[in-house]
Design a protein around this ligand. Structure first.
Ligand code: TRP
Length: 331
């Protein structure tokens, strides 16, 4: 059965877009495959977070994942830095990763633009670490968003190169599982354009308090209202309806749709309803997040159990890798 591996950077605070995108798919996949989900805390060091933030964010993401329904009894949920074998495989893979190909990746070029004063070697070798994450568990499938496709292509290259160099079939070549089409609702942001994203500042976090959600929704961009019967909705308005579609009852959506078509809609009413429906949807998740953040014992139990399972798999692969490379014990 294909093994699934996926990671998320430890920047904290999943938002509704993450929920209806990656997380929903992860939850589905854990029932059908052996799955490894981890928090990529080593990757996040490329942006130099302060130590306290790093720790708080890792805990937050762990709690959020679990609160959404990722089940540590089904999937292996772990923190990247708890598995030192990943770092060793990363070192070994670096020997066969070429500066030229690393410099050409779009995510590296983007980062150089975003943080010109901190172009560190970790940024350059980000795809190598990501490849190590994936192939250390001999993954077949990697659920990723569009923005990670190139990094995954690099992981495929490194896996293939290793197999070819040593004439082995140690690593399966991991395939991307891209969320798109009907399994994926693209959640728009509240600023009228594009998709919901943390860095875009247009997101509703799963951990947002009701008051915060109300404020954010009431500030969402609208237009001056429809002027013709049954006119097509411009993007800003369609976005609000898309959100309504995922959190509200069908008759609520139908009601506002009818008001829009009859030009009697009051956006204030729509936003009030939308805010309350988002709150109804996120509240149980937010409460679970808060409970888990308060429950050190539970979180450490999950992290420990995940680390043990992930290490068992990583140790086995690394042993084979060392043998293939010719690293032998003298004692
Ligand atoms: N680079 C991914 C991101 O930014 C996170 C990540 C790290 C990852 N290692 C991975 C994703 C391995 C999939 C598989 O979201």
């Amino acid at each position: 059965m294909p093994t699934v591996v996926s990671g998320i950077r430890s920047t904290g605070n999943l938002h509704l877009g993450n929920y209806f995108g990656a997380v929903k798919n992860f939850i589905e996949m854990q029932h059908h495959h052996p799955t490894f989900f981890f928090i990529a805390d080593l990757h996040s060091l490329t942006t130099h977070p302060v130590p306290d933030h790093l720790y708080v964010n890792v805990r937050q993401v762990l709690a959020e994942y679990l609160a959404c329904g990722i089940d540590p009894e089904k999937a292996t949920v772990f923190i990247q830095s708890d598995v030192p074998e990943i770092a060793e495989l990363y070192l070994l893979l670096n020997m066969n990763a070429y500066i030229g190909e690393l410099e050409r990746t779009t995510s590296f070029k983007d980062k150089v633009r975003q943080q010109p004063d901190n172009v560190n070697a970790g940024l350059l070798t980000y795809p190598v670490l990501m490849a190590a994450d994936i192939i250390i568990h001999k993954a077949h499938l990697v659920p990723v968003g569009k923005d990670q496709e190139q990094n995954l292509e690099m992981a495929r290259t490194f896996a293939r190169r290793f197999n070819r160099m040593y004439d082995v079939e140690l690593f399966p070549i991991p395939r991307p599982y891209v969320f798109e089409g009907k399994d994926m609702v693209k959640i728009p942001g509240l600023d009228g354009s594009g998709k919901m994203g943390k860095s875009e500042g247009n997101a509703i976090s799963l951990a947002d308090a009701p008051e915060v959600i109300r404020k954010k929704v009431m500030r969402a961009v609208t237009d001056s209202g429809p002027t013709e019967l049954n006119q097509q909705k411009p993007e800003v308005i369609q976005n609000l309806f898309t959100l309504l579609d995922v959190v509200s009852e069908p008759d609520v959506v139908a009601h506002f749709d009818k008001c829009y078509n009859e030009c009697t809609i009051r956006y204030g009413d729509l936003k009030k309803q939308l805010a309350e429906d988002i709150i109804r949807f996120t509240s149980p998740i937010r409460e679970r997040i808060e409970e888990m953040i308060a429950d050190e014992v539970y979180l450490s139990k999950v992290a420990k159990q995940g680390a043990e399972k992930a290490r068992a798999s990583a140790v086995a692969t690394l042993k084979e890798v060392r043998e293939v490379i010719g690293i032998k014990k003298f004692y």
